[in-house]
Design a protein around this ligand. Structure first.
Ligand code: SF4
Length: 427
């Protein structure tokens, strides 16, 4: 797969949050879900943990594929999905299979998994009902057979991990694919009938120039994509890229150049009719990723697979990340969780601000202020002052009862979001 997709609810706000017992990894997801209302989620995320090779920047849970573990994984996943089905609304509205590299699963295992998904959730007919079913793909893995299997199984959209069209920059990232295979893979999907296509790109790679970044954007647009995800390279603790940085193997890109790339992306993609609808995501009107909008709008989704995170009505949980742990059966057949957090109004408000401010549509200011007032008046006042302060600094606009980050605010989004979190929860 792709890229450094921001986790749905990663946050600095996770300090001092209530954690359910079972955070020691001995509790299955079904037990925490039993405390929520049923049939709540019309969205499902499935994590496939296999990759060819570990890209140096990646901190997602994935392991190098040895082929022999694919079948046990799918077998376990089928049981988990069946066990989770009481909490999944049928028909599903959105389904996203990410990873890892989901397209590494063999076409025959995909056919088997798609059959089971259809039996449980009616996924084969999602397209006809206006549903969205996305699969993340690596360009090296897309064959005609795989494309046909996905299309027949109801997949409506693919997200292709290109990252860069310059082989030298892929080498820097230790990302193994030939950029020439990106258009071939997209064409195979299109021929099979999967016409909704997104491409992931990374900017801010050491040694990358502005011209090279603009070329990447132009090439991606020339491939007819309706959606682009453009992430600035980050150096996450524990990744090989971060270790290389600390060893001094390379210089990180100049901060101002990276900021200029961020700004240039909006302008260049705007010329091609792709509008920024989220900090790192651009789409033609109507082609936004509906599944990811569920995350950013704090909707409900069920999670399956190792390391997958879910959210239902303020309850948040994350499955244990090791494949060996995941493969263990449990009494109710759901996965063992690494941690879970009970619904908490402060956390919910922080999360709503943190994810909603990433969106061009912003957040409902009146709703946020009344959530804050329902907790206590001091939080409401601090949140109102935060909005005033950001407005004075040109980072936030308040219009139509919504708070939206301005272009300056988008550039400084992390700071704006952190300040909002601190205003709500200064502890
Ligand atoms: S393909 Fe690379 S970036 Fe994507 S999950 Fe695998 S190791 Fe991580």
């Amino acid at each position: 797969m792709p890229s450094p997709t921001p986790p749905p609810h990663a946050s600095s706000a996770s300090r001092s949050l209530p954690v359910l017992s079972g955070g020691d990894g001995t509790q299955p997801a079904g037990r925490v879900l039993a405390s929520t209302r049923r049939h709540a989620a019309a969205s499902l995320y499935i994590h496939v943990p296999f990759c060819f090779h570990k890209c140096h920047y990646c901190d997602f849970y994935s392991i190098v594929d040895t082929r022999d573990r694919q079948e046990p994984f799918v077998h376990r996943l089928e049981h988990e999905l069946e066990a989770l089905s009481p909490w999944v609304r049928r028909p599903l509205d959105t389904l996203f299979v990410g990873g890892g590299t989901p397209s590494l699963l063999s076409p025959s295992l995909w056919r088997r998994l798609l059959r089971r998904l259809d039996e449980l959730f009616g996924t084969a007919s999602m397209a006809g009902r206006g549903g969205e079913f996305t699969v993340e793909c690596n360009p090296e893995t897309v064959t005609d057979d795989l494309a046909a299997a996905l299309a027949a199984g109801g997949v409506t959209r693919v997200s292709m991990g290109a990252q860069s069209f310059h082989p030298g920059h892929l080498k820097t990232l230790e990302r193994w694919h030939d950029p020439a295979n990106v258009p071939l893979a997209l064409e195979r999907m299109r021929q099979a009938g999967i016409v909704r296509q997104s491409i992931d790109l990374i900017f801010g790679i050491p040694g990358q120039t502005m011209d090279e970044w603009l070329q990447d954007l132009e090439i991606a647009c020339s491939l007819g994509t309706e959606h682009l995800s453009c992430y600035g390279l980050t150096y996450e603790q524990g990744t090989a890229m971060n270790a290389r940085l600390e060893r001094g193997d390379f210089q990180p890109i100049d901060h101002d150049l990276e900021a200029d790339m961020f700004d240039a992306t909006v302008e260049r993609l705007g010329r091609h009719g792709l509008r920024r609808y989220e900090l790192s995501n651009f789409a033609r009107p109507g082609a936004e990723c509906r599944h990811n909008l569920v995350y950013w709008r704090q909707g409900n989704w069920i999670a399956a697979g190792p390391s997958a995170s879910g959210h239902v009505d303020g309850l948040r949980w994350k499955n244990r990340p090791r494949l060996d742990d995941y493969l263990q059966d449990t009494p109710d057949r759901t996965a063992l969780i690494a941690d879970a957090e009970t619904p908490d109004p402060v956390r919910n408000l922080v999360e709503a601000m943190m994810t909603g401010l990433r969106l061009a549509e912003g957040v409902d200011a009146r709703a946020m202020l009344s959530f804050a007032a329902a907790i206590d008046d001091r939080r409401r006042d601090r949140l109102a002052s935060w909005a005033t302060r950001l407005g004075e600094r040109g980072m936030l606009e308040a219009a139509d009862d919504r708070w939206r980050l301005t272009p300056t605010g988008m550039r400084l989004a992390n700071q704006a979001i952190l300040e909002a979190a601190e205003a709500i929860d200064p502890s």
